[in-house]
Design a protein around this ligand. Structure first.
Ligand code: ZN
Length: 92
């Protein structure tokens, strides 16, 4: 694992912890930092990171708190409080 990938993992953990503490601004800050590192290093963000972050506002998503989750037509639809939606196929 590269140093950049490790930093992204670490920032993901920090974002998750900040979101769990209810500190959404700090969580967003970590999410943005991780995205920037991924971009600069041309790394793909881990799938879990992509699933739990909002593409529009960079919030770390916590279903039931700042995001709603619905299943529809074989997809999971996550709606962030900012209104952005993301769809993913069901996973096995
Ligand atoms: Zn959002």
């Amino acid at each position: 694992m590269t140093v950049a990938a490790e930093r992204i993992d670490r920032l993901h953990e920090l974002a998750r912890a900040a979101a769990a503490d209810g500190d959404t601004d700090r969580a967003r800050y970590y999410v943005r930092l991780a995205r920037r590192i991924a971009e600069r290093n041309r790394l793909a963000l881990p799938r879990e990171f992509r699933r739990f972050t909002c593409d529009a506002c960079d919030a770390y998503l916590r279903p039931g708190r700042n995001a709603r989750v619905r299943t529809r037509d074989g997809h999971v639809v996550i709606t962030c409080d900012c209104g952005a939606q993301a769809r993913y196929p069901y996973e096995e």
